[in-house]
Design a protein around this ligand. Structure first.
Ligand code: HSE
Length: 400
């Protein structure tokens, strides 16, 4: 029997306990031995909960118990998760986590420590919730140079944009709804400002490059500036607005960014709605591949965490190689990327054309007193220069 400890009994931690309990028989078959939760670390008590007797408040108990061979972290945040992860590995215990903030910041270091100790540090659930994407990048796509990764990487914001577009819901109401459904982070600012998607594209780009991509280097915009008027224009254009995390191979490096995009209906991510995530990967040999599924929520995320536990049990005493060194990757300049832009401005069409050249104008029912248009393709430097010349820009959304 394999004894594990779960750190954090919130949405994901309680989901892990539920998956281990509900799928006990099948997990035993797949792992080759029974997986049993010995401890759950949380600051709170859970009177009446079926796992009440497993709750402990002191990590030392877990760290010092040689029966515990796997520590599963589902607390979120960088600290104390990082300290607990290091202590677990140093104490000879493998580590699995759903924590993207931890992995984006310290993934390379934890993987190196796990390798040194012939242990494992797995993090499938840190990107895309229940969607397999870390394992495919790390093992199935190793024959390829990854040329592009573009994904809807945050379930909360995709759910919000879908509800706002399809039901006409208000931003604050639909955010509350996403929180109640267990999609959002403890502080949902990370979702709506794009920080969560930023950490996820940093992890994916690190795996594609095999080097450390610092999330602080990634240009990030969230969805807080998207208005009901923008959604009306998107509908008039037959497009959907999605928050994307993107990464493109540029010479020896990658160029990565997070921002809302207006996608045309033929785009593979156009109709990914609700809490679903999808990640489009282009390999130089493979061509295009898409990974699609539930991107957030208790059981889908817990399913990916428990799959990591099974993998760790199957590889006892053997480190699973993860190509992600601690060497920093200098990202290429995102402003050199070319896009078309949807723009709303207070200017007259003659001034628009003087600044941007040829554009396509857009009208939306019930919107007046402004000029909306889509530019030709240009890089971000050219866009900024034209927008400054025009003045009075109310909105700018990149178009694909
Ligand atoms: N808050 C995250 C999301 C949870 O909405 O995608 C899954 O990482």
């Amino acid at each position: 029997m394999v004894k594990i400890a779960v750190l954090g009994y919130g949405t994901i931690g309680s989901g892990v306990a539920e998956v281990v309990e509900k799928n006990r028989e099948v997990l035993t078959k797949k792992a080759g031995e029974e997986i049993s939760i010995k401890y759950i670390l949380d600051l709170r008590d859970f009177p009446g909960d079926p796992n009440e007797d497993k709750i402990v408040h002191d990590y030392e108990i877990i760290k010092n118990d040689s029966e515990v061979s796997i520590v599963v972290e589902a607390m979120g945040g960088v600290e104390p998760a990082f300290t607990f992860a290091k202590e677990a590995l140093l104490a000879g215990k493998s580590f699995a986590t759903s924590n993207k903030a931890l992995i984006a910041k310290h993934g390379a270091e934890l993987i190196a420590l796990a390798e040194e100790k012939d242990l494992n540090c797995l993090f499938e659930a840190s990107v895309g919730g229940g969607i397999p994407i870390i394992r495919p990048l790390n093992s199935c796509l190793t024959a390829d140079v990854i040329e592009e990764i573009s994904g809807i990487l945050n379930g909360t914001t995709n759910y919000m944009m879908t509800e706002m577009s399809e039901m006409g819901s208000e931003f604050d109401d639909v955010l509350k709804d996403a929180q109640q459904k267990g999609y959002a982070e403890a502080d949902p600012t990370a979702d709506i400002e794009g920080y969560d998607a930023c950490r996820k594209i940093a992890i994916l780009t690190s795996l594609a490059a095999g080097k450390q991509v610092d999330f602080e280097d990634i240009y990030t915009e969230g969805i807080t500036k998207i208005t009901a008027t923008d959604i009306k224009y998107a509908k008039a254009l037959g497009r959907s607005i999605k928050l994307l995390g993107c990464s493109y191979k540029t010479g020896d490096s990658y160029c990565a960014m997070v921002a809302p995009y207006m996608l045309e209906s033929s785009h593979p991510l156009y109709s990914v709605n609700g809490v679903f995530n999808a990640i489009f990967v282009k390999g130089n040999m493979l061509g295009d591949a898409m990974f699609y599924g539930s991107g957030a929520g208790k059981l889908p995320t817990a399913s990916a965490v428990v799959a990591d536990i099974v993998d760790i049990v199957r590889h006892k005493g053997k480190h699973i190689t993860v190509q992600w060194s601690q060497e920093k990757l200098e990202l290429a300049d995102h402003k050199k990327l070319s896009n078309r832009y949807f723009v709303r401005a207070t200017a007259e069409p003659a001034d628009v054309e003087a600044a941007f050249g040829a554009v396509s104008y857009v009208t939306a029912e019930g919107v007046s007193g402004e000029t909306a248009f889509v530019t030709e393709e240009m890089d971000e430097y050219a866009y900024e220069a034209a927008a400054e010349k025009l003045g009075g820009v109310l909105q700018r959304i990149r178009v694909r």
